[in-house]
Design a protein around this ligand. Structure first.
Ligand code: WTA
Length: 649
């Protein structure tokens, strides 16, 4: 029996780019994409060397790629570069007065920093870090609200060669402690607090709790934001404004080896202790800068907004490093999307005349659930391109994004990538690629993506298998911090020298990549392996449904029965008739095999703090009614409590 994942979804809608968009785009036709793609994968080193050549080098490299000891790659060997100089100083000549960061706080306060001001802020803080004893190679935890100083802190670390590890501001003291211990960090940069839905998140208190017994942390630098009382420990804690008082506003940007570590970012994965993804300097920046330029089709006058938090990789590559390396104007927002109501994002698009907007499917589904009256109340005509990242976007959510937010005028770049990949690897190019709702379409230049079966053979069109990358790319992770063996075991042990992403996928007859779900989540119904995404998308295509997650529950006859957890649009009540209707709807869209055996209506679904549905928890609930697994990455425990209490017989 085939162990491959079956695919039953058919999507016939195609949206070619408008001729107006294509005419001005960096890559303006599919012919151009095809030609450049062919050339780039025939000789990826030549392609990436061209792209790296656009950066500012203090010393050129003498070897593009050293892959003599796979899976440990070295890119641009022998080169010396300063990542911060590339993101900031390089623009002083032609863009000193251009706005680098527009920031809006949750209470509505707005600040703007030009590239010149950003340069001064970064140099001063870099000097302050040095004064506080932070040196090249030291690890520094950044646990900040979404304020410009979070970006300044990252860039200042990069400037002096310190390795930052940003911890999302929603994480607890325990998570901070784990990351401090694993990385061996000696300094923490934080704030008194941050604003979230009108209340203060006590960041400094959390840090105090995390490091009470961590003598390794010598210095805590505290930015003042929310101004509530906090305790400052003498000899260890220092205010940001005191640390920068009187320091020089010039700080030389020393060149570091291409492979100098830039940052560690912890990603929880579904089980086990968080993995410290290590990214290094030159290759990472090449990947982030190149993809940002082509995929967001950046132009000098764009106002770009990525709604992610800097605590996630999306914030690293597409709020800080990619956009700033391109001299772009970036909007940053401190608070919640629904504060004071679900119109907040759209008001900000209107007020700041945002042209490029990048968000996650989880946010899109929340907006769909809340109702169209929110976006309809604002002028969104400044938008010219939309993006999506983090999960497969269900085709009906894509259509809503396209119509209600994009006014049927904006291309949508559905970007597939991972913390591990550092930069987008699969995505449409907005002036070239005809779009189909629900697919990230084709691989980026230089990326040799494929779908392999269990034996390592390439799958044909519409055969599901494992998504892999067959050749190294510059922004790939270099290892897991302190654990080379886990790096090998997690990503490289299935096939020889081929990166396994952990996602199930298929390509269609046009070579477009469709992600069918995480391999850990695949269902096995009567011997048929089904990805989660198609069944969920079938449910979301019903007019009553806002969001859905499907999992397998052990079943004596079928192996696994399909359980669907469904969140309805606001104002709609679930009943038995609707359950039957949804079962039929899936049967019609996909086939009888995928019909949910149980439909459970839920007010909310358990998600990670970056918004991904945690099917593992739903699986436990449907199998045993309770949760015993790790819930530390869970966003809102009340959702799980409600599901456990409301378990159906
Ligand atoms: C999923 C986020 C489908 C996928 C940048 C991947 C996606 C994981 C997409 C990485 C997309 C991300 N379509 N699935 N456009 N983007 N994913 O590390 O399962 O938070 O492996 O990085 O998110 O998540 P991570």
């Amino acid at each position: 029996m085939s162990q491959n994942i079956e695919s039953h979804q058919v999507e016939n809608r195609v949206f070619p780019p408008s001729s107006e968009f294509s005419a001005k785009a960096h890559i303006g036709s599919m012919e151009e994409y095809e030609r450049r793609y062919r050339e780039s994968v025939a000789d990826p080193e030549a392609y990436w060397a061209d792209m790296a050549g656009k950066l500012h080098w203090q010393q050129p490299w003498n070897q593009v790629l050293d892959w003599s000891n796979p899976p440990f790659a070295k890119w641009f060997v022998g080169g010396r570069i300063n990542v911060c100089e590339n993101c900031v100083d390089r623009h002083l000549e032609s863009r000193a007065d251009k706005t680098a960061i527009i920031w809006e706080g949750e209470p509505g306060d707005v600040r703007r920093l030009s590239y010149r001001e950003l340069h001064t802020a970064v140099c001063r803080f870099a000097n302050a870090l040095k004064d506080q004893g932070v040196a090249s190679g030291d690890r520094v935890i950044i646990y900040m609200p979404m304020v410009p100083e979070a970006a300044v802190a990252m860039l200042a670390c990069a400037r002096i060669g310190a390795v930052h590890s940003v911890v999302f501001g929603g994480f607890s003291a325990d998570s901070i402690r784990d990351r401090i211990q694993d990385s061996g960090a000696t300094a923490v940069i934080t704030a008194d607090g941050g604003w979230r839905r009108g209340s203060v998140v006590p960041l400094k208190d959390n840090v105090d709790e995390a490091i009470a017994d961590e003598p390794g942390v010598k210095r805590v630098i505290v930015f003042r934001r929310t101004e509530q009382d906090i305790s400052m420990r003498d000899g260890r804690d220092v205010w940001w404004h005191d640390a920068v008082a009187g320091v020089d506003d010039q700080c030389p940007a020393e060149g570091f080896d291409s492979e100098h570590p830039l940052y560690i970012l912890y990603t929880s994965g579904s089980t086990g202790k968080p993995k410290g993804i290590l990214h290094t300097s030159a290759g990472y920046l090449t990947g982030a800068a190149t993809t940002f330029h082509d995929i967001f089709d950046i132009r000098e006058d764009d106002i770009y907004w990525c709604t992610a938090d800097v605590g996630w990789v999306t914030g690293h590559s597409y709020i800080v490093y990619g956009p700033l390396a391109n001299g772009a104007t970036v909007l940053m927002y401190e608070g919640a999307p629904n504060h004071p109501d679900f119109g907040r994002f759209w008001k900000m698009v209107q007020d700041h005349k945002v042209t490029l907007f990048y968000t996650a499917p989880t946010a899109i589904r929340a907006f769909i659930k809340a109702g169209d009256q929110f976006p309809e109340g604002y002028d969104l005509s400044s938008l010219r391109l939309l993006g999506s990242v983090g999960e497969p976007i269900n085709p009906e959510a894509w259509m809503w994004y396209h119509k209600v937010i994009g006014g049927e005028r904006c291309p949508i770049v559905d970007t597939w990538w991972q913390t591990e990949t550092g930069a987008i690897l699969i995505s449409p190019l907005p002036g070239a690629t005809p779009l189909k709702p629900g697919t990230a379409t084709r691989p980026f230049f230089g990326i040799d993506a494929a779908i392999l079966d269990e034996e390592g053979n390439e799958c044909g069109p519409n055969e599901g298998g494992r998504l892999v990358i067959r050749k190294p790319w510059p922004s790939m992770l270099r290892t897991l911090w302190g654990d080379d063996q886990r790096f090998i075991d997690t990503y490289w042990n299935t096939y020889e020298n081929i990166y396994v992403a952990g996602d199930g996928a298929r390509t269609d007859e046009d070579g477009y990549f469709w992600i069918v779900g995480r391999l850990d989540d695949v269902l096995n119904v009567s011997g048929h392996r089904l990805g989660t995404a198609e069944v969920e998308s079938a449910l979301v295509s019903h007019k009553a449904v806002a969001e859905a997650a499907v999992v397998g529950r052990p079943d004596d006859i079928k192996g696994q029965a399909v359980v669907a957890f469904v969140t309805l649009k606001s104002g709609i009540e679930g009943d038995d008739d609707l359950k039957q209707e949804l079962r039929k709807h899936v049967g019609k869209a996909i086939g009888a095999i995928a019909k949910p055996d149980d439909v459970v209506f839920a007010a909310g679904l358990p998600k990670t703090r970056s918004g991904k549905i945690m099917r593992r928890l739903l699986k436990e609930i449907s199998a045993s009614g309770t949760i015993s697994g790790d819930t530390t990455t869970l966003e809102d425990f009340s959702v799980v409590a409600a599901l456990q209490g409301g378990k159906e017989e």
